[in-house]
Design a protein around this ligand. Structure first.
Ligand code: NAD
Ligand code: ZN
Length: 347
């Protein structure tokens, strides 16, 4: 079993092992004194893995209760958070009980947020089941929900007590969500590890993803440790995201997050090459990987619109926008740009 310690304000471990799901109860037991574990999961993941997790927790002596919400980003709302909170209350969860998020990023964000505010904060454990959640959203302590005006507009920083990653569950993940996660993996290669980038180029699938997951999580750990509340270095994780979010939004979410990020990474790498700050050939390498994992390089939204769309980005500060550029594959830096210069910069 691989184990990664995250030294944030609240310290916790990330456990990675194939088939670890059936012994997740032991790990939960080792991090909490709780007597009740409330498992929160979505309607796709519940029929696949809820029973296994429940049994393992009960075997370790936990009383379990389970809450299943309808799957999908459209349910990542305050209304679902309210439902989860009411469920906790109706089941007499106390401050010393624990929530268990079993599912993708939507489940993790909602459960973490509910755990952050129920009785001013209870413990929670992440059991991420999508590739994106395993390498990205389950680590770092960001939790939240969407508002009608935009994604992730409310939330809290709340670190989990443990993250339990079972690569085996990726076998049931629909291919398009696997590709989505691969966009983030490519991002980690771009910003932090040329060797990882090469490994991804050789070919990753559900059978051999374990070491890639480990490496991605470790890169995120390092960045998050240095910058828990996203003041500086953590912005590197936004490589490709400024234009990516804009593409997602302007397509009315017909483009997935990973697709948007892929398009954004390609544009920023090309822009960096044109500006002479990114090693020549980097954008071509990124393009090859995106194609390999069935991710698009462009969309039918104009670059001008993508840039205008990006100006409402959360990452904007005053009249400036922080963009992430590559020196070369494996190394990135941030640059502050007056908002009106973004289009000229990437054009
Ligand atoms: P998701 O939770 O909707 O999962 C994607 C789909 O896969 C869902 O239909 C889900 O039911 C299904 N699924 C998950 N695991 C499965 C499995 N093993 N087998 C079969 N089906 C499975 O979305 P996601 O792509 O995991 O995550 C996206 C969300 O994560 C977004 O809301 C995004 O804002 C958030 N996010 C948060 C952070 C953070 O730091 N908190 C970082 C990145 C993304
Ligand atoms: Zn992302």
């Amino acid at each position: 079993m691989e184990r990664i310690r995250v030294n944030t304000g609240r310290k916790y471990d990330i456990f990675i092992e194939r088939s670890i799901l059936s012994s997740c109860g032991q790990i939960v037991k080792s991090v909490t004194k709780a007597s009740t574990a409330a498992i929160v999961t979505d309607s796709n993941v519940a029929p696949l893995y809820l029973q296994k997790v429940k049994e393992s927790l009960e075997k370790e002596g936990f009383k379990t209760v389970s809450f299943v919400f309808p799957a999908g980003e459209t349910n990542k709302t305050i209304a679902t958070v309210t439902d989860i909170l009411n469920f906790f209350a109706e089941n007499s969860m106390t401050r010393s009980d624990i929530a268990v998020a079993l599912g993708g990023g939507v489940t993790g964000d909602l459960t973490g947020f509910a755990a952050a505010i129920y009785m001013r904060g209870i413990e929670f454990v992440q059991i991420p089941t999508s590739l994106l959640a395993q390498i990205d959203s389950s680590v770092g302590g960001k939790t939240g929900a969407d508002l009608p005006s935009g994604k992730n507009l409310c939330g809290a920083f709340h670190q989990p007590s443990a993250v339990i990653i079972d690569p085996e569950v990726l076998k049931t993940l629909p291919t398009k969500f696997f590709s989505d996660g691969m966009a983030e993996a490519i991002k980690y290669g771009c910003i932090g590890d040329a060797e990882l980038f090469e490994k991804i180029a050789e070919g990753i699938d559900t059978e051999n993803a374990d070491s890639m997951i480990y490496r991605c999580v470790d890169i995120k750990r390092e960045i998050v440790e240095h910058d828990e509340k996203e003041k500086g270095e953590r912005m590197l994780l936004n490589f490709g995201h400024t234009l990516g979010h804009s593409a997602e939004k302007l397509s009315n979410f017909t483009l997935t997050h990973g697709e948007g990020v892929g398009i954004g990474m390609y544009i920023m790498a090309k822009a960096g090459e044109k500006q002479g700050v990114t090693e020549k050939g980097s954008s071509e390498k990124i393009a090859e990987l995106l194609k390999k994992y069935s991710l698009p390089l462009s969309c039918d939204i104009s670059l001008q619109d993508l840039c205008s769309g990006a100006l409402t980005d959360k990452k904007r500060s005053g009249n400036n926008i922080n963009i992430v550029l590559l020196n070369k594959i494996g190394s990135a830096f941030t640059k502050k740009l007056p908002v009106e210069e973004l289009y000229d910069f990437v054009r």
